[in-house]
Design a protein around this ligand. Structure first.
Ligand code: CA
Length: 445
């Protein structure tokens, strides 16, 4: 999910730095009880804490989560990676040495990397829309590196040329004007080709989601019989490739807003339309998406009534209210959202751990959890280019001005940088935060 929708326009000087704020209203009458750090706390090794990064407080600690199945996946969405690196962002390891952040994540217990794919996130002159300019080639580049570091990948098809979420599901440019049958065929062909390329490139794909946060529809379609036809078509492509490559790939359906959407009805529609999927996934942002008690209940219903595994495909939490790139963050002091945890590295780790603890109540029916964009930190501000110029050139902001023709009402007005830098697991200079160790700690490693 992209966090700039429903943005408000800030004043801009010389153009350019636009930003977003978050959108969803969270009920204020409910409080999540944050579980306390339990007795079985794993203490991190302090030997690698380097003196050259004194501003990082290496203190986050969380307890092991009991009851998870052996194949429970701890993942991160790293879709922005290539655009960030092209923009000159450098990441470090705990010893202060430059290091591939994918390796840093792998070394801290991350098992899988999620990567979004847009069909054609470029304008007619080849200028990227931003948000990582994530097309199939970008996914291959990230996926190959994840595979090298021993992690699986989770491919996220938006079936759009740019961000798809509950508020917008815009058709890819090439698909405009198609009938439902033609769209179903186009989804089959695109999925077969894109995923086929990724597998042929040697990327270890373990999960594929068809559509992104399709709570209110997909591909500019809201009729679930029609959506069902499209999804069956996407499933067919994945199943054929699964067989061709002799590889088990789990098909994921991904929704948003567990606190307001009717997940039982959505699962029923998938069942009625004979959509062949394995995992029912949701985004769960603690500050937007209601209580953990509610999350536990709605996902339990999916397991009990529909026999599917469940997963949290997106989660995050802020460690600071400081903005690193002058593109206002989705979350900031007094932004009106509900923060049940401290705004700190410890708070980040606890927010994620409490959600994992909920998932652990499902035992083998819980498939995993993915932290959203933990490395989307500020691009350098001292290279001779302004940050705005960098975002435009490399697609490292949430949207570039080039997205205007495709998405005039959102990206076209509010394009800019990262609204997420205060929710990363790396600080603004690229050093890993102590909260990055939460994955190993939850596993007891
Ligand atoms: Ca920012």
């Amino acid at each position: 999910m992209r966090r700039n929708s429903c943005v408000f326009l800030l004043t801009l000087i010389a153009g350019l730095v636009m930003t977003g704020c978050s959108k969803e209203e969270v009920p204020t009458d409910t409080v999540v009880e944050s579980s306390t750090v339990a007795e079985e706390t794993v203490t991190m090794e302090s030997s690698t804490v380097a003196e050259e990064v004194p501003e990082v407080d290496h203190s986050a600690e969380v307890a092991v989560v009991e009851g998870l199945s052996e194949d429970f996946v701890f993942g991160c969405d790293m879709s922005m990676l290539i655009a960030q690196e092209n923009s000159g962002v450098v990441y470090y390891n705990e010893a202060g040495e430059e290091q591939d952040p994918l390796l840093t994540l792998a070394n801290n217990g991350v098992d899988s990397i999620r990567i979004r794919i847009w069909n054609d996130p470029y304008d007619e002159n080849g200028n990227g829309y931003g948000g990582g300019n994530n097309d199939t080639a970008t996914a291959i580049a990230i996926g190959q590196r994840a595979t090298e570091h021993g992690m699986s990948t989770f491919i996220d098809y938006h079936y759009s040329d740019f961000w798809a979420d509950p508020k917008k599901q815009m058709l890819p440019k090439a698909w405009v004007g198609m009938t439902t049958e033609e769209l179903a065929d186009a989804i089959y062909a695109f999925t077969k080709d894109s995923l086929g390329q990724i597998l042929a490139a040697g990327v270890d794909v373990s999960m594929v989601q068809l559509g992104n946060e399709i709570t209110n529809g997909m591909c500019d379609e809201v009729n679930w019989n029609n959506i069902g036809m499209m999804l069956r078509s996407g499933c067919k492509a994945v199943r054929e490739l699964e067989e061709e490559y002799g590889k088990e790939i789990q098909i994921v359906m991904h929704f948003a807003n567990p606190h307001t959407a009717d997940y039982q009805k959505l699962a029923m529609r998938l069942q009625n339309n004979e959509v062949d999927y394995d995992i029912f996934a949701t985004s769960y942002y603690p500050f937007w998406n209601g209580t953990l008690e509610n999350l536990q209940t709605v996902l339990q219903g999916i397991i009990d009534n529909y026999g599917k595994k469940v997963m949290v495909a997106e989660i995050s939490y802020p460690y600071t209210f400081e903005d690193g790139d002058n593109n206002q963050n989705s979350l900031y002091e007094n932004c009106g959202q509900r923060f049940d945890y401290e705004i700190s590295e410890q708070g980040q780790a606890e927010a994620v751990r409490d959600c994992v603890e909920v998932l652990a109540t499902y035992g083998e029916n819980a498939a995993g959890i993915f932290y959203w964009e933990p490395a989307w930190i500020p691009v350098p501000g001292d290279t001779g280019m302004t940050r705005s110029e960098i975002w435009e050139k490399y697609g490292s902001g949430w949207a570039s001005s080039y997205a205007a023709a495709y998405d005039p009402n959102d990206a076209g007005k509010y394009y800019g940088g990262s609204a997420w830098d205060n929710q990363a697991l790396f600080d603004h200079e690229g050093n890993p935060l102590s909260s990055i160790q939460m994955f190993d700690m939850m596993k007891g490693e």
